[in-house]
Ligand binder design. Structure first.
Ligand code: SAM
Length: 239
């Protein structure tokens, strides 16, 4: 009696299966295609390859953030992993006068951001292709956001007990850069990550302000899966 499950597993792990899937995604178009191009190019800095996003995905968080920034003149915000720009457009509704920068590793997604940006917003919105915030100036932003970026889709399976797909060091390196470019008193907003900000060394310079429902499995720096939790800390203020 052949082990059908074992055969299916071996098939899915084969290079042929990987290549066929990739070709299918390239042909499917839009986000499948953008993600397939990223998987094909495999840039060193890549975290989440999928660009899943939608307008008003973070309505509550953005209302909270904009209220906290209400008394700040000339607000500057950076969205890391902005995908096709819906998040930037939503932020803009809350903060019409802010300077907003969107960075994404996918040139195809940044092209969509630029093409769909209304003329009226062009002067105060910048979209850049990039894989890190490391070239941004120190203490420059009032708020820096990374949502649904520091994650790997294969870690969503409840059976994954150990994370061998996404290195905690890479997450820590990038959030340390993000922390560097936030001004003292400014905000860091992290959502839907596979790691906790409180496990990084740079967290010591922040206080936690808000949490939200946790829908993403969390992993320790060692790679071990953490017990499921109902809430995750998402909003932090730099001391
Ligand atoms: C799931 S989307 C998140 C979109 C939006 N932030 C949201 O939460 O709705 C993840 C995005 O992160 C981008 N990304 C992954 N690694 C990146 C990196 N190293 N630098 C910049 N963007 C990255 C992907 O290209 C993708 O567009």
């Amino acid at each position: 009696m052949p082990d059908r499950l074992g055969v299916a597993r071996r098939l899915r792990a084969s290079r042929g299966y990987w290549a066929a899937n990739l070709l299918l995604d390239l042909a499917r178009g839009r986000d499948r295609r953008h993600a397939a191009l990223l998987r094909l190019r495999a840039p060193a800095g890549l975290f989440q390859p999928f660009g899943t996003t939608w307008p008003d995905r973070y309505a509550e968080i953005f209302a909270d953030l904009s209220a906290r920034l209400a008394s700040v003149d000339a607000v500057r915000i950076l969205s890391f992993g902005c995908s096709t720009g819906e998040e930037v457009a939503a932020l803009r509704q809350h903060l019409p006068e802010a300077d907003i920068t969107g960075i994404d590793i996918s040139p195809e997604r940044i092209a969509i951001c630029r093409a769909t940006l209304p003329q009226a917003m062009a002067g105060r919105t910048r979209f850049e292709v990039g894989d890190s915030v490391c070239d941004e100036p120190d203490a420059h932003y009032d708020a820096v956001l990374a949502k649904a970026v520091f994650r790997h889709w294969r870690l969503n399976k409840p059976t994954v007990r150990n994370n061998t797909l996404l290195a905690f060091d890479r997450f820590e390196r990038e959030v340390t850069e993000m922390a560097r470019i936030v001004r003292p008193g400014g905000f860091l907003l992290l959502r839907h990550s596979n790691f906790r900000f409180c496990d990084t060394a740079v967290f010591a310079g922040f206080e936690t302000l808000a949490d939200a429902k946790c829908a993403t499995p969390l992993f320790a720096p060692s790679g071990a899966r953490l017990p499921d939790q109902t809430r995750e800390a998402i909003l932090f203020r730099k001391r």
